[in-house]
Design a protein around this ligand. Structure first.
Ligand code: PMP
Ligand code: GLN
Length: 413
């Protein structure tokens, strides 16, 4: 047996002397400290804390139960029948057809599976390939709604674009439309929209969506939408993709993935749909990131996308119950709590229970009550947005008894 060596991955401090684009990614995501060392993402940090303390993990959003048996079985069957080599660069044909059918069934969108659909390694790769593929340099601006999902600012930084932000403010987290009109100019290359929104759980208003399209047209910008929570709209209404708005489709790339919808976050099957020339530009980069991957999971995702409507509405109902139980626990603790319209996420103000800093609060929470959560400060530019200083995101994507136990623990805060 060779001697056991220290793990490198946990020792990011060694990277301080290493030049390279990693610094841009780390700095973009607020993970580069003053001494030049990088840190893991907030999700990695908080899941490690949960593992170490045995606390209930309402931090990183991943379910603790399996997805639909038909989908799991389709993956097993694919492996058993030899679907184990590189899938086509654009993705398995049956999956591209299923994505096309899904976009039509739910939203009335017409896409051609041969030209307008690209399968990716999760929404994460789609976002990276879109930004790297469609940005030319610092003269291009990318508009983000802040707080934003962590990979957005990292990939904007990697792409070399200039970042512009539009605030979403507690408690309704709707975009400030005046700030949006100021942020979008002729320099804007992409307006990157995440609707339904992580980390706030907000669904953008019809007015906000229309304004995004109006401004993109006025300034000839592209719209990129991240819709991974499309089937987690909790009030029974149907998600409205921006691509369905009048004149929007021609300038919009829509991104989604099966991770949330089919409780398979570890499978990493995502997709981009939109006009063929834009999809080609994304493919030109994507083919050198992974080329392709997840062969047996692609037909399984196709089976998932073809499930009956009941599956999708049932998922949203379950998540609504979990949201309500979690919200009740947080309110019982004396916190002001958002009522998210969609997603796994509920935001609470820890300032109401004496916190002055959400990061400190979250790092102490496992010891105090045995629950892990994520500070909202991880989703904004470092040091900006004092208004989110005490806000905390809780993810309710666990089985109901686990949510109830977490709610009971939190209510004792
Ligand atoms: N976008 C948002 C808003 C997300 O919340 C997530 C993951 N939770 C992703 C993208 C990444 O999706 P995937 O796991 O399919 O890469
Ligand atoms: N999307 C998940 C969340 O917001 C985290 C995914 C990740 O760890 N990168 O909780």
């Amino acid at each position: 047996m060779p001697p056991v060596r220290r793990a490198y991955a946990t020792n990011l401090g060694r990277m301080r002397t290493i030049p390279g684009a990693w610094r841009r990614a780390a700095a973009g995501a607020g993970l580069l400290s003053a001494d030049g060392t990088g840190s893991p993402t907030i999700f990695a940090e908080m899941s490690a804390l949960a593992a170490q303390t045995g606390a209930i993990n309402l931090g990183q959003g991943f379910p603790d139960s399996d997805g639909p048996p038909e989908v799991l079985e389709a993956a097993r069957e694919a492996i058993a029948s030899g679907v184990n080599q590189y899938p086509p660069g654009r993705g398995d044909v049956s999956l591209r057809e299923a994505i096309t059918e899904h976009q039509h069934r739910w939203y009335g969108l017409m896409t051609d599976p041969d030209t307008d659909v690209l399968v990716t390694a999760g929404a994460t790769e789609a976002l990276a390939a879109v930004l790297l593929g469609l940005v030319s340099g610092p003269e291009d601006e990318v508009v983000l709604f802040e707080p934003y999902y962590d990979s957005y600012a990292a990939c904007v930084a990697l792409s070399g674009a200039t970042l512009r932000t539009v605030p979403l403010r507690w408690p309704d987290f709707q975009p400030d439309l005046d700030a949006l009109a100021d942020a979008v100019t002729d320099a804007t290359r992409i307006i990157l929209v995440n609707d339904p929104h992580n980390p706030t759980g907000a669904v953008f208003s019809a007015e906000a969506r229309a304004e995004i399209v109006r401004l993109a047209q006025k300034h000839d910008a592209l719209i990129v939408t991240d819709e991974v929570y499309e089937h987690l709209v909790l009030d029974g209404s149907r998600h409205v993709p921006i691509a369905t708005l009048p004149d929007a489709a021609e300038r919009t790339l829509s991104i989604s993935s099966g991770g949330k919808t089919f409780r398979t976050t570890g499978w990493k099957v995502g997709w981009v749909t939109g006009p063929a020339d834009l999809v080609d530009a994304v493919l030109a980069v994507k083919q050198f990131l992974t080329y392709s991957g997840g062969a047996p999971f692609q037909p399984a995702m196709a089976a998932g996308l073809r499930l009956g409507d009941d599956y999708f509405t049932g998922l949203a109902e379950e998540m609504r119950t979990a949201r309500d139980e979690l919200g009740a626990g947080l309110r019982a603790a004396g916190m002001t709590v958002s009522t998210p319209a969609a997603t796994y996420f509920t935001v609470a103000d820890a300032g109401d229970v004496g916190a002055t800093d959400a990061g400190e609060f979250c790092r102490a929470l496992p010891e105090r009550v045995g629950v892990v959560a994520i500070p909202m400060t991880a989703f904004v530019r470092p040091g900006e947005r004092a208004d989110v200083r005490t806000l905390v995101r809780f993810a309710a994507c666990k089985r109901l008894p686990v949510i109830r136990e977490a709610a009971a623990r939190l209510s004792r805060l």
